[in-house]
Design a protein around this ligand. Structure first.
Ligand code: SAM
Length: 265
């Protein structure tokens, strides 16, 4: 049971994760370095028809959209976001301002619709998933990738568990994120009657200088003022956590990157 930490309307755009933060581009790039290898693994095996239409929703800083345009040179890759500021200088992609919560596409417009680290943060995730499936052509793929923070709550280290729980509470209450939704993705895709549903998970650790560790640290640093302001953690907690992370004897599983896909019949 958690107590409300904010009376403001929750949402990504006003949150500590949003793009107005000075460090946001660098933070998004840490996410890309951690998540891209898993995303590439799916697309490296995927055969698409000639001149496929690919949609990347909430494309962020655009590393995956740029990579997709190279992987499928004859594709039209459309990268959308509510804030397209970082989607510049990426050859081969079409950039569109689009709010996935309220804006639509015509049915059966794309051979692939992809969203990564997006739906877990949007309260309307179930309705968006249903709508996104309608944007895929028969035979095409819906590919949803998200982050689960479930592994961090299984840590045997009480300080890390406390910091992780504070982060999850902040995400839930200031944004509306569900940081366990990723664990249910295959079922969510089957619910939409997709076929050939499958998934892969990549564990991300902290304390080992890995890309996941860097992403975790960048996000915690960006969240720190909100965690302190809302009384979820003290500066002492954050200092002790920084020391723990730097301790060569400490490493732990912090999160899971989940990649799930299904084909529209
Ligand atoms: C955590 S970032 C992930 C970026 C990218 N998909 C990646 O994995 O590298 C979430 C992105 O979703 C965008 N976003 C948030 N709410 C959105 C909405 N309602 N419609 C479209 N994009 C949104 C944010 O601006 C941000 O770029």
């Amino acid at each position: 049971m958690t107590t409300p930490v904010s009376t403001e309307q929750p949402g990504y755009t006003r949150s500590y994760l949003a793009d107005q933060h000075a460090g946001q581009l660098a933070r998004l790039q840490t996410l890309e370095r951690a998540f891209d290898p898993l995303s590439h693994r799916f697309f490296e095996r995927l055969d698409l028809p000639d001149a496929p239409a690919i949609l990347d929703l909430g494309a962020g800083a655009g590393s995956l959209a740029g990579w997709l345009s190279q992987r499928y040179p004859d594709a039209t890759v459309t990268a959308t976001d509510i804030d397209t500021r970082f989607l510049v200088d990426i050859p081969g992609i079409k950039v569109m301002t689009h709010n996935v919560t309220t804006d639509d596409f015509h049915p059966a417009s794309f051979d692939v619709v992809h969203a990564r680290a997006l739906l877990c943060h949007l309260r309307e995730r179930e309705a968006i998933l249903t709508r996104a499936a309608t944007w895929v052509r028969p035979g095409g793929w819906l590919v949803i990738e998200d982050v689960s923070l479930q592994p961090s709550l299984r840590s045997t280290n009480p300080l890390f568990r406390k910091v992780a729980q504070a982060g999850i509470t902040l995400l839930e209450q200031s944004i509306g994120s569900d940081m366990f939704w990723a664990d249910t993705l295959p079922d969510r895709l089957r619910d939409r009657r997709l076929c050939n549903v499958d998934h892969r998970t990549l564990a991300g650790r902290i304390g080992d200088d890995s890309p996941a560790d860097t992403f975790w640290a960048a996000t915690t640093t960006q969240a720190a003022p909100s965690l302190l302001k809302l009384g979820l953690l003290t500066q002492h907690d954050l200092d002790r956590m920084a020391s723990l992370r730097a301790d060569p004897a400490f490493t732990d599983t912090a999160l899971a990157f989940v990649s799930a896909w299904g084909q529209v019949p």
